[in-house]
Design a protein around this ligand. Structure first.
Ligand code: 13P
Length: 269
């Protein structure tokens, strides 16, 4: 199946995507993606670019449901930087592309914390994604400890520069960056306030706002805070875990984003 290149898909300017982390099997994936596909066909995108990131095992099934030319982007949660070889247990960018992925998440904090992901490996993975024409979704974020030390901006800018420095302007324009403070992610996280996010996004915006395809926020996004988070300067999307693991939750987030002034302005421009 020749899948539409991610560069040719552009429902934005707001991005709203979800990673299911290590959840959902084939049946649940198919049901969710089929429902999403039907919704998008019915309601249109209205200034919002959706993306869904299932487990490796379900990418092909999700692609099968979406078809080759869906406006919904499909991603993987990780990929190795080599195209193939003796890397037992790993999956390459070439392989996720073959399965139908157009986007690849790189450097999520859970991978940095538990699986030895480093700035050096995120750099190799960004390069591999670009080499194969996939959108790299680079995740950066500081721990509570770094935040307490007042080092948040320095830390995340170093993570971003370590993965992205040296890219051409054309390559950089294909990259998405998600700022996901570690202290805000998951069951043990607490939602970041708009105030706390203003400085990091001002700093990221200055360095990467115009240069990249978009700057996303992630970490305990929910139906109550999504609109306020989208309103922060330089935020052009949301990267959502738990609140989008049910299709109704995700559809509601897409609706909220579509009604946001940032999406409306672009849709009517
Ligand atoms: P939660 O929205 O469940 O906090 O997860 C965010 C995340 O890690 C997205 O990558």
């Amino acid at each position: 199946m020749k899948v539409t290149d991610a560069a040719e898909i552009g429902g934005g300017p707001l991005w709203v995507g979800t990673s299911w982390k290590m959840n959902k099997g084939l049946a649940e994936t198919r049901q969710y993606v089929r429902g999403l596909s039907e919704h998008v066909a019915r309601a249109g995108l209205a200034g919002v670019q959706p993306f869904v990131i299932p487990s490796f095992t379900a990418i092909a099934a999700a692609r099968d449901e979406l078809g080759a030319h869906s406006p919904v982007l499909l991603g993987a949660q990780n990929a190795h930087w080599e195209d193939g070889g003796a890397w037992t247990g790993e999956v390459s960018v070439a392989q996720i592309k073959d399965a139908g992925a157009q986007l690849v998440e790189i450097g999520h904090s859970e991978r940095r914390e538990h699986f030895g992901e480093t700035v050096a490996t995120t750099r190799l993975k960004v390069a591999a994604a670009l080499r194969h024409g996939l959108v790299p979704l680079l995740c950066i974020g500081e721990s509570a400890e770094v935040k307490r030390a007042g080092e948040s901006s320095r830390f995340i800018l170093e993570q971003a520069a370590g993965a992205l420095d040296g890219l051409t302007a054309e390559q950089m324009a294909r990259v998405l960056v998600a700022y996901e403070p570690v202290w805000a992610i998951g069951e043990s996280g607490r939602p970041a306030t708009v105030e706390e996010l203003q400085q990091p996004f001002a700093d990221l915006g200055r360095e990467y706002g115009d240069a990249t395809r978009g700057l996303l926020y992630g970490g305990s996004v929910n139906l109550d805070n999504a609109v306020d988070l989208l309103g922060i300067d330089h935020v052009s999307g949301l990267f959502v875990g738990r609140a989008a693991w049910t299709l109704p939750g995700y559809l509601r987030l897409l609706e909220l984003a579509a009604a946001h002034p940032k999406a409306v302005a672009a849709a009517t421009a």
